[in-house]
Structure formats: C-alpha cells, structure tokens
Design a protein around this ligand. Sequence first.
Ligand code: 13P
Ligand code: SF4
Length: 357
Amino acid sequence: MNAPTVRLHPAHPVTDVPPVIEEELTQEERAELTARIKRLLREQDAVLVAHYYTCADLQRLAEETGGCVSDSLEMARFGHASRASTLVVAGVRFMGETAKILNPEKRVLMPDLHAECSLDLSCPAEEFIPFCDQHPERTVVVYANTSAAVKARADWVVTSSIAVRVVEHLHARGEKILWAPDRYLGDYVQRVTGADMLLWQGACVVHEKFKAEGIRELKAQYPQAAVLVHPESPPEVIALADVVGSTTQLIRAVRELPNPIFIVATDNGIFHKMHEVAPDKQLIEAPSGGKGATCVACAHCPWMAMNGLRKLVHVLETGANEIHVPEEIRVRAVRSINRMLEFAGQQAIPVLGRSAE
Ligand code: 13P
Ligand code: SF4
C-alpha cells in the first residue's frame, strides 16, 4: 500500500478569544426566567435545541419542554424533524446557520449572535474558496464547525460523530480529500482511514489546550479510570484515549463502560449530562493547565458560555437575533449537509437523550 499523503495549509489566525463569562442567577431569578421561557416557547410554537456544552439550566429547559440536547449532528436532525415553526438554537453560530439552511421556512433564533467558534473563524470563505479552486481534483470535506459560505463550497459536511465513516467511504472510492478546518480532527481521521488528505490548519481553542502530561499523571493516580477524548484534541492526547468520539459518543461511554472513574478531555459543560446518565461514576476534568499551559478557555468554550436564560427570554420576547442565510448560499450548502444526513441515516448513528427516545 502507498504511504498516505498529508499536506498542510495554514489557517487564518484567531487572536480575539473572549473571556468565559457564565450567567449568574439566584434561585428565584432562575425559577422566574424558566417559567417565562416555558410560556413563551408554547405561545410562539418554538422548540429549544441545545448543545451539551451550554449551561445546565438551558439543557434542563430544552428537555423539559420537548426540545433536544445533543451533539451537532443530532441538533441538525432534530431541528429538521421538528414540527415547531421556530427553532431556538442554544449553541454557536454555525449550529444556528445549519438549522436555517435545513429549514428555510422556519424562524431560527439564537440567544447571542456573537457566539462564534474558533474553527469557523479560522476558515473564512474568502480564503477557503480560492484554496479549493487550486485543488479541483480533491473532494472537499468540511467539518460542521464552519460558515454557511464554506459549507456551500464543500462536497460534504461532516460532524465529529461521522467524520471517520464518511472519509473511509470516500477513500474506498479512491477519492483524495481536502479537509477543513480542524487540523487535529483531520489528522486523526487521516490516521484512522489512511486517506490522502490535505489539511487546513485550524484548531479549537478549548480542545487544543488539553495536556498529555497531566492526563498521564492522572492515569497513574487513578489506574481504574478510562480516558475519554474529543477528536479536536492534539494527537498526543488522543493517543492516551480509551474512547475517542463526539460528545454523544463520550456520554454513551460513561454510561456503558464498567469503569468507575473517567478522565474527560472535552468542554466541561458535558458533565451535566454525564452525571445524569451515570450518577455513580466519578468524572475528572482532563488538565489544560500545568507545565507549558497557555489556555485562555480552560475546558470551557467562551462562545458556548454566551448562551443563558436572560438572553433566551429577550430573543423570545423581541424576535431579536434571527438567523438569515442568503438563498444562493443556502441552496448550495444544503446539498453538502444533506449528503451527511442521508449517509448518517443509512449508518444509524447512535444517539442519547430525549430526542432519540
Ligand atoms: P460535537 O458534534 O461532538 O457535539 O462537537 C461540536 C463541537 O463544537 C465540539 O467542540
Ligand atoms: Fe468551536 Fe471549540 Fe467552542 Fe466547539 S468548543 S464550539 S470547536 S471553539
């Protein structure tokens, strides 16, 4: 077998990472806001679609009101299947845009339109499109964490739960891949599949900071622990993993593996659902500090933290923060997202949470 080819392309630098600011509420405020949101969701025929990295208040509310808490693939599927005329997407902007691309007839609102993603920011369409044009022989596969305009230029969109299987499928057909934007996920997929991949060099500001040395120390301290790693993490962290997977796949591992302790290398917002599905298991945050640490968003995404109950009330009361995607971009982006959803349908991706029940 020929040695696989890996080539690299520099990413757009992302320097402006906001601080993590969590919403602080008293018990009374929380109860009052939750009751108001429940009433507003009913009145406006709206459903709340939240990511596992958002705060526990939003995750609880989504489930209590018939919405969904999930990974980015299931968020897209749930919004598409829902009968509600308004989708309120608590997550980051690409998740709201994906909902709008799949559901042009629905109103899509987000608590905060400044909720970006460092991967999306690292790959502006005006740099990405000419790069693709220089490599017409390659199939363009982009991670869901990209803008609508980048998705519109892609042949396939993938999420972390399905990236390996899609690239395996394309590699088996003899296709060479142009991958963007996450360098670590791209590198992981390349090593698992052996595909010929040209990699954009973006990174997630949260996952790239996990430290292998600290995880090794924890493993020595807790020999019965399993290490769970999201594939946006660096290769030396992935090398220590017992399970590598999307947020949904990591939650399932906590529920299904016999280990009493888990060292978790992903955003700590996920601990809410992990505790819920396996209350007896001990969860330890993988270290992002320690020697050589430079983290600005230690184990929590500053953009996910922009979602909160007060902002949710505001958008439901005012209709602010509606997502719009220009139609000429939407019609092209929907093709590459639908390829993934059709592929995922055939592959029966396992999911957790109410939406799957
Ligand atoms: P998942 O699709 O695994 O939920 O990942 C989305 C994400 O942004 C992880 O950082
Ligand atoms: Fe993007 Fe990383 Fe935040 Fe996920 S955790 S939304 S990849 S910046």
